[in-house]
Design a protein around this ligand. Sequence first.
Ligand code: MTE
Ligand code: MO
Length: 383
Amino acid sequence: SSYAEEPPRHPALKINSKEPFNAEPHRSALVSSYITPVDFFYKRNHGPIPKVEDLSRYSVSISGLVNKPIQLSMADIWALPKYNVTATLQCAGNRRTAMSKVRKVRGVGWDISALGNATWGGAKLSDVLELVGIPKLSSVSSLGGKHVEFVSVDKCKEEKGGPYTASIPLKQATDPDADVLLAYEMNGEILNRDHGYPLRVVVPGVIGARSVKWLDSINISEEECQGFFTQKDYKMFPPTVDWDNIDWSTRRPQMDFPVQSAICTLEDVDVIKEGKARIAGYALSGGGRGIERVDISVDGGKTWVEARRYQKDNVPYVSDGPQSDKWAWVLFEATLDIPANAEIVAKAVDSAANVQPENVEDIWNLRGILNTSWHRIKIQNSS
Ligand code: MTE
Ligand code: MO
């Protein structure tokens, strides 16, 4: 089958679907390091993993509304200034399983680990676009281009065997501070096949779906991408919309991720003794917004205490501070007295003062995306 040449994967990953391969690590693995090891980074695919055998024959074409279309070899991309950007990728479907308990949703069932934090090495898209004559900080190119479309080489059933595609606004693509990369390294190693070898896009601060893997071509266009994953998927609908009354054209493709957090050291099934327990997890927001605060409750949200936040070891985290990685998650921890039959809750506040919604019911949507409701864990006590 077309899945005969899948790469090897770490046996500890929890497999949510085998073909295409969709898997996430156990939640406790997420908080054991600030940088997620490649083996434990979630894998989200819509088809078989492409195999680029001969790197010398690989190239990325840039065409569309440009004066002079070009083909870039890997050597051309390596020759551009290299940047290392630490950014968290999070699938829009992270925490979908909890949303599906309210009412059935369509999509891969993810627990809370459809995200990971990596240091991506590569060329900036803003430098690449200068090679086709589009200057930095352009909202419109001289030929009227307003969007940058990424086309992959994989074959997805949603596209009837065609490639995965996505687009971002030209303004973001040409802004050096937006840190959009064409990445060939992940955590200092050559990008592996699962994560997009030899080259992928990394768009920090937005849903993972826009970070196209196995990049084949870039197309400058007047309209946003018309592909399935931009127009017929990854859109946020209100709870009143279901499959019998959906009109995809009424909503914009989701870009920024809202503020999110989850507890990784405990699970609903856990039985713990009354007494002190370490509560740790991740918090992050979209658009480069920092994490202003993480509140923890052990009584279902009646009273709260603030957790300690950190990124790199020993550097106290300051929201939007010069030392912080603006595109990366913030880990948090608190050691608290756990009463009998506790309901432990985490909620984060971002640097724009956005707060996670209290209840998943209020943000239910038929595709089960963006479950950012307060993360709740009901503990069973041992008697
Ligand atoms: N790019 C291609 N070519 N094919 C895909 O299926 N999945 C997208 C995105 N880029 C996808 C893709 C989605 S939905 C997510 S969440 C991220 O890749 C996952 O990236 P990862 O597998 O490296 O974690
Ligand atoms: Mo995703």
